[in-house]
Design a protein. Structure first.
Length: 589
């Protein structure tokens, strides 16, 4: 990862703690460009780009030029298609932004729908459906100006009311959104909607057709980054009501594409949104074939049947890295994701902290990363991935120590005369999971003399079993191999969203009162970013010590992209397209 890239991540982290941010667009000086200004009141010294020191309380004006939608010349797209594989599934679980069920669905949602804001290739929050925004002096009220002429893909206007209705729909119990109520819990009135006591959140107010006001009950330093996640994306409610349960087969929003055809259990075919606010896109069609196995995707890529393969959750198979790492097609960055073992804390034997610590200390993560996975991942003892905001503060992981692992097991009451009963490790049958699970099974046998049964499941079934583990833990999994990738670049998305006792993502029901208090303080801390990150650091150390998670390794986001493909940028957050008009794929003529 380059120094400049890290500096931009540091800048993003610092800016999330700002008390006031105003972004306004000035009138277009020429038909070709819009001058976009950001006025940033800085509460601490940060480094802007490479050289300029910004002292305390100085106002910084950042000017950027962005294309005006009406000025973009139509691209020659008649002969340009893109085939982009979706690994790890045989079918897309859904396309409703209110309920983004997994990373595969989120990939498609980001192509079809649009929100108020989005991330650029440096992971800065930039305008999308909103052309500008202002944040009140107390940091609690966000006023968005919707783009003039913003439209859904069918040509109907997309207004402030559409964004408000979409947010309220995501919160409503009948939508059964997974996580919207937690992610938007600080929006005033959101909990009332989520609990069925109100139809609309009082903190979501339509001022006029182009002005949306969102008020939070506290200062939420990561709120703007959070709005880049699909649960707040605009959906065409009238179309959804008319089409009923099968509306997603023809889904569209304000994003660059719309669904042309959903061949269930095979692939999703997208075509350009003719009313996309940023102008014509550079390809006439995107195919997203569903491929359960990364090895299958790799072979199809080699035979020329794919233009892009590999993702954070399902990278290029580790065994294939030596074959392709010198190829111009090969791209690798540290992923903002962690592969980990989760434990059911409400089911024996993992309701005992010493048992969890024993299993954690019995794993040689370096051997797993370097020998079993051919160096395609980086071993880790913590929850935040490297390079992620907050990860600059150290956390001490549990060591690999077979003797200490045995001592922890004995402390829990298990020894040669009272051995730990057989346990079952469950995992999704995808990518390198089988190799990882087999290695772990042997480690626990060698270092703890514990018999572990491996239970591979088709990914959708595995996900359902995780839901069961959360909803009825006594009927759920004992422990499981899983992965979490960042929804947005803020430590809240890992530390709080995964392990706070009130989070719907806390599938293992790990709970610690001190951790909860620290995480809650960090989630609404209004001071300097570094101080907020220290609160997360303290909380993370508790979670590591008590094995809320057993972090194993950080995937290196390895993706193969054909040399003729342009405009697609690998980042720790996944593949990002800064400018769809610049994207090119394969010629079909």
């Amino acid at each position: 990862m380059s120094r400049q890239y890290l500096k931009w991540l540091s800048l993003l982290a610092a800016l999330t703690a700002l008390v006031s941010l105003t972004l306004a667009c000035s009138p277009a000086p020429t038909p070709e460009t819009i001058v976009q200004k950001e006025t940033v009141v800085v509460k601490e010294t940060v480094v802007v780009k490479e050289t300029v020191e910004v002292p305390v309380e100085v106002t910084v004006e950042v000017i950027k030029e962005v294309p005006a939608a009406e000025s973009i010349a139509p691209a020659a797209i008649s002969d340009q298609n893109l085939i982009w594989s979706v690994e790890g599934v045989n079918e897309m679980p859904g396309l409703d932004p209110a309920n983004p069920q997994n990373a595969q669905s989120v990939l498609a949602m980001n192509l079809i729908f649009g929100g108020l804001v989005k991330l650029d290739a440096q992971l800065n929050v930039i305008p999308d459906g909103a052309e500008s925004w202002q944040i009140s002096e107390d940091g609690k009220t966000y006023t968005f100006t919707i783009r003039e002429g913003l439209k859904f893909a069918d040509g109907t206007p997309a207004t402030a009311q559409d964004f408000a209705d979409s947010i309220n729909r995501a919160l409503q119990p009948e939508t059964a959104s997974y996580g919207a109520s937690f992610q938007l819990q600080h929006v005033v009135g959101a909990t009332d909607v989520a609990e069925g006591n109100a139809d609309t959140a009082t903190g979501v107010k339509v001022v006029d057709e182009r002005t949306l006001e969102i008020t939070t009950d506290d200062t939420v330093p990561y709120f703007m980054a959070q709005l880049t996640y699909p649960v707040t994306f605009a959906v065409p409610l009238k179309f959804i009501e008319e089409q009923g349960a099968n509306w997603a087969d023809q889904a569209y929003g304000t994003g660059p594409f719309r669904v042309k055809e959903w061949q269930h259990n095979q692939k999703l075919i997208l075509e350009p949104n003719p009313h996309y606010w940023a102008g014509p896109v550079g390809v006439a069609q995107i195919e997203l074939p569903f491929l359960q196995d990364s090895e299958t995707a790799y072979q199809l890529y080699r035979t020329g049947d794919l233009d892009i393969m590999g993702s954070q959750q399902n990278p290029v198979p580790a065994a294939r890295i030596p074959e392709v790492n010198s190829s111009p097609d090969f791209n690798q960055v540290a992923a903002f994701a962690v592969r980990y073992i989760g434990f059911n804390n409400q089911k024996a034997p993992f309701d005992n902290v010493n048992v969890r610590r024993a299993f954690a200390m019995a794993v040689d993560k370096s051997t797993l990363a370097e020998k079993i996975l051919n160096g395609s991942v980086g071993p880790t003892g913590r929850i935040l991935p490297p390079g992620f905001p907050g990860s600059q503060l150290p956390v001490e992981g549990l060591p690999f120590d077979g003797e200490q692992a045995q001592a922890e097991l004995e402390e829990a009451g298990f020894d040669a005369s009272n051995p730990l009963p057989q346990v079952t490790l469950t995992y999704g049958a995808e990518g390198d999971n089988e190799r990882v699970a087999t290695f772990l099974q042997q480690q626990w046998k060698d270092n703890l003399d514990v018999d572990v049964v491996l239970e591979p499941l088709e990914l959708a079934t595995f996900s359902k079993n995780l839901d069961t583990t959360f909803l009825t833990p006594e009927e759920g999994l004992q422990f499981y191999l899983s992965i979490w990738g960042a929804d947005y670049p803020d430590p809240q998305n890992f530390v709080s969203q995964q392990l706070r006792s009130d989070s719907p993502n806390n599938n293992g029901h790990w709970e610690n009162a001190e951790f909860d208090e620290l995480a809650k303080q960090a989630d609404t801390f209004t001071g300097p970013a570094e101080e907020r990150f220290k609160l997360y650091q303290q909380a993370e150390q508790i979670a590591v010590d008590e094995v809320g998670w057993l972090p194993l390794f950080v995937p290196r986001f390895t993706v193969l992209i054909k040399p003729y493909v342009s405009g697609v940028v690998p980042t720790g957050q996944g593949l990002i397209v800064p400018d769809w008009s610049a994207v090119r794929g394969r010629s079909v003529q």
